[in-house]
Design a protein around this ligand. Structure first.
Ligand SMILES: [Zn+2]
Ligand SMILES: [Zn+2]
Length: 157
């Protein structure tokens, strides 16, 4: 049995071919992904040599969310995006609460590594989900911008 299959089973998810592929895909990604993007990628790769039905993605992602493996991010673009939750330090009393960063140039949304403490909540309040999104320009877009500025100056001289 592969590590992925073990991870899924541990979370009570039966590791079908499609679920394993989707988990691995999400794991490889640096940024959150929309269902449409996911469908496109899988269509290009020709997974299982047949078209995967839209509802399969939808059902799989919902199952992953129910089991706490994936979380949905609303980054203000009206398109829901999904990313893997960090299950490494999660127990029953602890959730993977963190902020997100949305780049207004390339449109990418990513999970930030620092976790938000549930201790900031008053007693007897329970948080189930955090959807904080910081907006700005990501590292690679900033770099591209600087390069462009530099070449513009060169041409000016
Ligand atoms: Zn960017
Ligand atoms: Zn996240």
């Amino acid at each position: 049995m592969t590590l992925t299959e073990k991870t899924l089973l541990r979370l009570g998810i039966r590791p079908t071919v499609m679920r394993v592929k989707m988990y691995q895909y999400l794991k490889r990604r640096q940024s959150a992904v929309s269902l449409v993007e996911m469908e496109k990628t899988f269509a290009q790769k020709g997974v299982n040599k047949k078209t995967v039905h839209k509802t399969t993605f939808y059902r799989t992602i919902n199952l992953f969310m129910e089991q706490g493996l994936v979380h949905q991010i609303d980054d203000g673009t009206y398109i829901a995006k999904y990313a893997l939750s960090d299950r490494s330090h999660i127990d029953k009393h602890d959730k993977d609460l963190h902020m997100h960063f949305h780049c207004t140039v390339c449109g990418k949304t990513l999970c930030l590594p620092d976790r938000i403490s549930e201790k900031s909540l008053p007693d007897d309040y329970e948080v189930s989900n955090a959807n904080l999104v910081l907006k700005g320009v990501c590292k690679s877009c900033r770099k591209n911008n600087k390069d462009e500025e530099a070449s513009a100056v060169d041409q000016g001289n």
